[in-house]
Design a protein around this ligand. Structure first.
Ligand SMILES: [Cu+2]
Length: 114
């Protein structure tokens, strides 16, 4: 009786995340972990659904990061993030967004929210 609802998320997972994604078919939101380390976001690209969240974790020992989004649809500013600190952002709007770092201009994380 649940079959009709599970089909669409499975297809989306297959397209967006490839074979490594687990076959979870629930419709609840997902939280993805992104590591800030070595002046990079890891991963640097993420495919998400509206309502999903990401948690940015500063995995550096001695570098402060400052994640922010400057987009037409919405703005986000995590403030200064000390080593070991984390911040969670919920993606409520569809679109492509770039999370930058106010301290390291080359740090970029592209979010594809559908
Ligand atoms: Cu940074």
């Amino acid at each position: 009786m649940y079959a009709p609802r599970t089909l669409a998320p499975l297809v989306a997972l297959a397209i967006g995340l490839g074979a490594t994604a687990s076959a979870r078919a629930d419709i609840s939101s997902t939280v993805r972990i992104v590591l800030q380390k070595g002046r990079h976001y890891d991963p640097a690209d993420l495919f998400l659904r509206r309502g999903d969240a990401i948690t940015l974790v500063n995995g550096d020992d001695n570098a402060v990061h400052h994640a922010f989004i400057d987009a037409d649809q919405f703005a986000f500013d995590a403030g200064d993030q000390e080593p070991g600190k984390q911040v969670t952002l919920k993606l409520k709007k569809a679109g492509n967004f770039i999370i930058q770092c106010g301290i390291h201009p080359k740090m970029k994380l592209t979010l594809h929210v559908q």
